[in-house]
Ligand binder design. Structure first.
Ligand code: CMP
Length: 140
């Protein structure tokens, strides 16, 4: 494997505006390879399971509703220090704080509708990838 892997979601606000290709270009220009990708409509169960760590947060209901409101693109990204690299490419969670050229600065609307998700650690990347992909889906 060339480097490590992270898990990415292109969120409903982005797919609704036909931005999958534009976001993939930022990812690839940033040095990561898209080694698995699938467009899905998340179910309530999938979104609640994926974001279970946030279940006591006040925005949890809103988050699940948003993530199931339109298609998402789930992805596995590969490269040197993929988790940190992708967090740099995405920019800060709140687009108002995101650096120029990042996905969230370029495309995100609000802290909730922020166009992309990326894993926050190697351990969580492995857990998140396994929720949507099996080993044979990933071609590095
Ligand atoms: P993500 O990286 O997918 O992980 C959790 C998500 O919760 C986060 O991106 C945001 O989209 C969302 N989130 C975080 N804080 C808020 C907030 N204050 N209001 C609404 N959504 C939030």
């Amino acid at each position: 494997m060339a480097g490590s892997r992270t898990f990415s979601i292109i969120k409903p606000d982005a797919t609704a505006r036909n931005l999958t290709g534009a976001i993939n270009k930022v990812i690839e220009d940033g040095g990561l390879r898209i080694v698995a990708q699938r467009r899905i409509k998340m179910t309530n169960e999938q979104a609640e399971g994926f974001y279970a760590v946030h279940k006591d947060r006040p925005f949890f209901g809103e988050l699940v509703e948003f993530m199931t409101s339109a298609p998402v693109v789930v992805q596995v990204l590969e490269g040197e220090n993929a988790v940190l690299r992708y967090r740099d490419i995405m920019g800060a969670t709140n687009p108002a704080e995101a650096a120029d050229g990042t996905i969230r600065k370029l495309f995100a609307k609000t802290i909730g509708e922020n166009s992309a998700h990326g894993s926050d650690s190697d351990e969580n990347a492995e857990i998140e990838i396994a929720q949507f992909f099996s080993a044979e889906d990933i071609v590095g």
